[in-house]
Write a protein that binds this ligand. Structure first.
Ligand SMILES: Nc1nc2c(c(=O)[nH]1)N(C=O)[C@@H](CNc1ccc(C(=O)N[C@@H](CCC(=O)O)C(=O)O)cc1)CN2
Ligand SMILES: Nc1nc2c(ncn2[C@@H]2O[C@H](COP(=O)(O)OP(=O)(O)OP(=O)(O)O)[C@@H](O)[C@H]2O)c(=O)[nH]1
Ligand SMILES: [Mg+2]
Length: 460
């Protein structure tokens, strides 16, 4: 158990139903006893673990009653941090919780650092690093699919798979080490172990293919709305959001900066980015906007290229299309202002042959469902349809470690098959094992762990 006792407000600031001050450490219960007076019955230190008591927080120096609260006690090791934990449930609102925090700090606790409660759960072995990261991913989840993936990881499903892969690698290493120690007794290092390594390799590959979806689930699909000025990009953003978010006007060059909003599509978070119309411009401000548009195009997973059906394709449209096409990006051509087209127009512009086109009216709300369906098709397109109970790789850090692990594992397998001396094979296997340990935290360096927990909020 770590020496000092930490405390923080665990609920967000502002007005709310309840505000919680949480303490963890071996003095947590003693500190609580000094300031908490139960209305009746046992004081907190005599209460059984996992019980809740009603009482008052009283400033021992002044005798002043600060708040009426519920205090809960969870004794080590059966708590979130695996240390003694006391939670004081105050009336919501920043003043009561701030006063209670002040009192516990004055009577023996110190303010927790960001993520320190979860860090203690990790250091005390209740969670491994991947599970601790999942705590943050649960808090930050932006879609139901993202939440499901993070909760699975919190429950240890990813860690379990990593453990299984490590076992295969360890099995091979043990066999190699035995054959080095007692070469005459062990004989050939077995095909059994080699098979285990091949299974490990397949398991890693299976995890890596989930990253594409995991990234989408975690970060959201970036959709850039691009086109020449005045075709109705901002109108389309507003129509999809069903909200007057961006300024719309008949003046070309209305949108100067990129505007980003999130939208849920089929359980996935989409980040819709409205951009400044692309054109050659002498206006300094507008050209900054155009540069940002290009950046949005670079970062986008999907581009909605908006054209104006009422004017048809202009040379400017062609230039923009040439800029977009030929990149490895998904593109949907959106023919806008269909409400203005009187005669029966052709469904598609032959110019955009090979690209999906959906015709809409951002103004009248025509064709938006069809566009959403097309977007969803592309989001899911070509991806192995995973279920909510499948493990997903949702952090780039995990993907990177798995890729490194795979490289070394493949090198080891090739070397083994090529008859390279097994002590050399072992070098790659050790490296592969260390990369797996970075995911669960067994071989993660202090600075990496610092970086991970500094992302958390205070009180988590
Ligand atoms: N009030 C409150 N709500 C909360 C949390 C909390 O710490 N306090 N949590 C977190 O912030 C989450 C719940 N997570 C938790 C996970 C484990 C334990 C815990 O006490 N684990 C013991 C087993 C206890 C038992 O089963 O009796 C253990 O693993 O040993 C507590 C909370 C979400 N809601
Ligand atoms: N009739 C009709 N007009 C539309 C439609 N969509 C947009 N407009 C009009 O087209 C003009 C330009 O719309 P915006 O949404 O500002 O166009 P934009 O592409 O964002 O333009 P910039 O920001 O200047 O690049 C406005 O006058 C809109 O009312 C539509 O579906 N039908
Ligand atoms: Mg605009």
């Amino acid at each position: 158990m770590l020496a000092d006792t930490i405390a923080a407000v665990a609920t967000p600031p502002g007005e709310g139903g309840i505000g919680i001050v949480r303490m963890s450490g071996n003095r947590a219960i003693a500190v609580a006893d000094k300031i908490f007076q139960p209305r009746r019955g046992l004081k907190l230190s005599d209460s059984p673990s996992h019980t809740l008591r009603l009482g008052y927080i009283i400033d021992p120096d002044t005798g002043e009653t600060v708040d009426e609260v519920l205090a809960s006690i969870m004794r080590a090791p059966h708590s979130y941090t695996a240390e003694d934990v006391v939670e004081i449930n105050c009336h919501g609102g920043s003043l009561a919780t701030a006063r209670v925090l002040q009192l516990v700090l004055r009577h023996g606790a110190r303010l927790a650092e960001p993520g320190e409660f979860t860090r203690r759960a990790f250091l005390n072995g209740r969670l491994d690093l991947a599970q601790a990261e999942a705590v943050l991913d649960v808090i930050r989840a932006k879609s139901s699919r993202g939440l499901a993936a993070a909760v699975l990881q919190l429950q240890g499903k990813l860690s379990h798979k990593i453990g299984k892969i490590s076992e295969w690698i360890n099995g091979a290493l043990a066999a190699i080490e035995a054959s080095l120690d007692f070469p005459e007794e062990v004989g050939e290092v077995g095909t059994e172990e080699l098979k285990g390594l091949e299974e490990a390799r397949e398991e890693i590959k299976g995890l890596l293919v989930t990253w594409e979806e995991g990234r989408l689930v975690n970060e959201g699909l970036k959709i850039a709305i691009v086109g020449r000025p005045n075709v109705g990009k901002s109108s389309l953003l507003n129509a999809l959001l069903n909200q007057e978010r961006a300024i719309v006007s008949h003046i070309p060059g209305t949108t100067r900066d990129t505007i980003e909003e999130t939208l849920l599509l089929g359980g996935y978070t989409c980040r819709l980015i409205d951009t400044a119309g692309l054109r050659e411009t002498a206006d300094a401000l507008e050209s900054i906007g155009v540069a940002r548009t290009r950046q949005a195009i670079n970062e986008a997973d999907l581009i909605l290229m908006v054209v104006d059906l009422s004017t048809g394709i202009l040379p400017e449209d062609r230039l923009i299309f040439e800029e977009i096409a030929g990149r490895d990006k998904n593109v949907i051509i959106v023919g806008n202002k269909i409400d203005m087209v009187k005669e029966k127009i052709k469904d598609r512009f032959s110019f955009f042959e090979g690209y999906p086109q959906v015709n809409v009216s951002a103004k009248e709300g025509i064709g938006l469902d069809e566009l959403a369906t097309k977007v969803r098709e592309i989001v899911l397109g070509g991806r192995v349809g995973t279920q909510n109970d499948d493990v997903l790789i949702i952090r780039a850090r995990h993907r990177d470690a798995l890729e490194k692990c795979l490289e070394h594992l493949e090198a080891a397998i090739t070397a083994w098959k090529g008859g390279v001396p097994t002590d050399l094979v072992a070098v790659d296997l050790w490296a592969a094992r260390d990369y797996l340990g970075e995911i669960t935290g067994t071989t993660a360096r202090e600075d990496l762990i610092d970086r991970i927990f500094s992302d958390f909020c205070i009180g988590k």
